[in-house]
Design a binder for this molecule. Structure first.
Ligand code: ACO
Length: 311
């Protein structure tokens, strides 16, 4: 039966169609997808924090409502990614426990502080921009629930990116101090945003297998280069610059080449030593504890509904 399952799985992958939750799948496929999807869900949830910290300080009512909507979207992304991950057989409690006990990874980017209002612009433009560049190809991921979740997430991310770009555009046309603030935000978020694509291809243990399984469609470096090519044009509209003196268009490969990233910093941030790791985790644990009454109330309500049905 297992051999038959494997044969069917291989055929589905070979014809580039989709694996659904009830289909047989190799344990390693299930495990790797659970890993990637749960890390992605955790990133969305932790990723609410840098921007949530600015909701009370947004400069106008309009900005405040846009930012609130955006942060709520991120919560929604986290929730449907957890649901999609659960279809692979690991429960929400387990996934959440992995995050709260520090056993699970989440994106390095969210361990950097958001210091000024311009950071809301840089996060929207660069961080959500990098997220889109990485996630649009994931809409075609071989696992059905993941690919379908990505479609909606990418649509919402596009709105997020535009709102970030628009914040920077307005600041770039403002006073000298506002232009400086916008440039400073770009300077701080550029390299960390490029690191979101993951280690370089020569140092990416999961890439080859994920590509063979049609989960990933492009390598980390390919997507990173594609993203740099996009922002290099967009930054001109802002009249600002990317903090990368080595950035150049390579005629031969037809690609933009950027400066080498600081991989020691990347490793440090991924393994807990970034500027905000401890703060982000402490806040997440606190929010989980503060939310205990909601979970208890929901469970009590569900029990009562069930009891009424059984009467
Ligand atoms: N931050 C933290 N960890 C990272 C990062 C990063 N920026 N990049 C890679 N890693 C981790 C990987 O998760 C992997 O860890 P593991 O093997 O312990 O699970 C390890 O570093 C080695 O990397 P790769 O072999 O390249 O891993 P993978 O093939 O999974 O590629 C990538 C990493 C590109 C992030 C992939 O998992 C992916 O596309 N994920 C979905 C998108 C996502 O999670 N985005 C989150 C940020 S966007 C947002 O939330 C708005």
């Amino acid at each position: 039966e297992e051999a038959e399952g494997q044969r069917r799985f291989d055929a589905i992958i070979a014809e580039d169609s989709r694996i659904e939750p009830r289909d047989w799948m190799p344990e390693a496929y299930r495990k790797s997808l659970t890993r990637q999807m749960s890390q992605h869900a955790h990133s969305e949830i932790i990723g609410m924090q840098p921007e949530a910290n600015w909701i009370t300080r947004a400069p106008s009512l309009k900005r405040k409502s846009i930012l609130m909507a955006k942060v709520q979207d991120e919560a929604g992304h986290g929730l449907y990614l957890y649901s999609a991950t659960e279809t692979l057989g690991t429960g929400r409690d387990t996934l959440n426990d992995q995050l709260l006990t520090g056993r699970a990874k989440y994106s390095s980017i969210f361990n950097y502080p958001a210091r000024t209002w311009a950071d809301m612009g840089a996060i929207g433009w660069l961080v959500d921009g990098a997220a889109i560049a990485n996630q649009v190809p994931l809409c075609r991921a071989s696992y059905g629930p993941y690919g379908r979740a990505m479609v909606r997430i990418c649509k919402e991310e596009s709105f997020h990116q535009r709102q970030g770009f628009e914040i920077l555009l307005e600041l770039s046309r403002g006073t000298e101090a506002q232009r400086t603030m916008a440039q400073d935000a770009i300077n701080r978020f550029y390299a960390p945003a490029l690191m979101m694509f993951g280690p370089s291809d020569t140092d990416s243990p999961n890439s080859q297998q994920s590509m063979a399984w049609n989960i990933k469609r492009f390598s980390n470096d390919d997507l990173r280069q594609r993203f740099v090519g996009m922002i290099v044009e967009q930054v001109k509209v802002l009249g600002l610059t990317l903090p990368d003196p080595e950035l150049r268009f390579d005629e031969e490969s037809g690609q933009w080449k950027h400066r080498d990233l600081d991989w020691a910093e990347f490793k440090r941030v991924v393994s807990g030593g970034g500027p905000c790791n401890a703060q982000r985790m402490a806040r997440r644990r606190e929010a989980h504890e503060e939310g205990a009454w909601v979970r208890e109330a929901a469970a009590a309500y569900a029990r009562r509904q069930q009891a009424e049905k059984e009467q």
